[in-house]
Design a binder for this molecule. Structure first.
Ligand SMILES: NC(=O)c1ccc[n+]([C@@H]2O[C@H](COP(=O)([O-])OP(=O)(O)OC[C@H]3O[C@@H](n4cnc5c(N)ncnc54)[C@H](OP(=O)(O)O)[C@@H]3O)[C@@H](O)[C@H]2O)c1
Length: 248
């Protein structure tokens, strides 16, 4: 049986590690050629590309780019220079840190808005002319906290709310040729660095999840694959959260 994404090419931003890497592996497993975008995680990106290319030669390519740059056209040029076309864009790259109620938070606000919302917007606009002829699609990684505010993360929640609304707006603007959807993960992988939680905080969070556990990166990847292959689905925000949105 032919793999469902055979002959298709997907760009996944921030795909060297964690959820992005799981998405890249799943789409590749479904037959896609994957373009792995990364910024700092060069070693992990090279390792992943090597592994995927061992499974299928010339099926994984790398593009390094800092999404803080104001013009992303050179990223799209680098993607298209691989001469594999583009059928699918997955806006996965993101930053996540608390900003509490800081007053002088312009730099953090700019980074959150640029990476989590404006970069996906520019990339979607840049990808549109390439996606249109092949009836391609875009999938954004939002967050259940786009609609349920997360204490201490006001600016992060705003950035994901912007990406959520962008998904709905572009689904309307890009129809009928390009579908635009999003996955809204709940708690999947514990946050790192300044957003890291202690054991008591982790347990308190798990107590708010009806399924009483974290999700797996593979659960998110499966949802992305579903949206990528659902020809009559556009403008949908699909929560994958163990029922967390049911809780107050
Ligand atoms: N983890 C969860 O439980 C969870 C929950 C809700 C929503 N989500 C969403 O799901 C997606 C994946 O989550 P995750 O936890 O796997 O993400 P993550 O590890 O926080 O970030 C993914 C990647 O974003 C890239 N990135 C950050 N700043 C960048 C910049 N300036 N330029 C280019 N790339 C940049 C990084 O690439 P490099 O490492 O190469 O620098 C990083 O590996 C995100 O959109 C996140 O908001 C995740």
């Amino acid at each position: 049986m032919q793999a469902v994404l055979s002959g298709k090419t997907a760009l996944i931003t921030g795909s060297a590690r964690r959820i992005g890497a799981a998405i890249a592996r799943r789409l590749h497993g479904a037959g896609a050629t994957v373009i792995l975008h990364y910024h700092r995680s060069q070693e992990e990106a090279e390792k992943l590309a090597k592994d995927l290319n061992q499974q299928r030669p010339k099926s994984a390519f790398l593009v390094a780019f800092d999404l803080m740059q104001s013009d992303l056209s050179s990223l799209m040029q680098a993607v298209l220079a691989h001469d594999k076309g583009l059928d699918m864009l997955v806006n996965n790259a993101s930053v996540f840190y608390p900003t509490y109620l800081e007053w002088n938070a312009q730099a953090k606000a700019q980074a959150l808005m640029q990476i989590n919302a404006f970069a996906p917007y520019q990339l979607s606009l840049l990808a549109r002319p390439v996606l249109e002829p092949c009836q391609g699609n875009i999938i954004n990684l939002v967050d259940i906290h786009a609609t349920q505010p997360l204490r201490d993360y006001c600016l992060y929640s705003q950035s994901k709310a912007a990406l959520r609304q962008q998904t709905l707006s572009l689904a309307k603007e890009f129809a009928p040729h390009v579908r635009v959807n999003a996955v809204a993960p709940g708690a999947i992988l514990w946050p790192e660095k300044e957003a890291a939680l202690n054991e008591a905080q982790k347990q308190a969070l798990l107590n708010h999840i009806p399924l009483q556990r974290l999700g797996r990166a593979e659960d998110i990847a499966e949802a992305v694959l579903y949206l990528a292959t659902a020809p009559y689905v556009t403008g949908v925000i699909l929560p994958v959260d163990g029922g967390r949105l049911l809780q107050k």
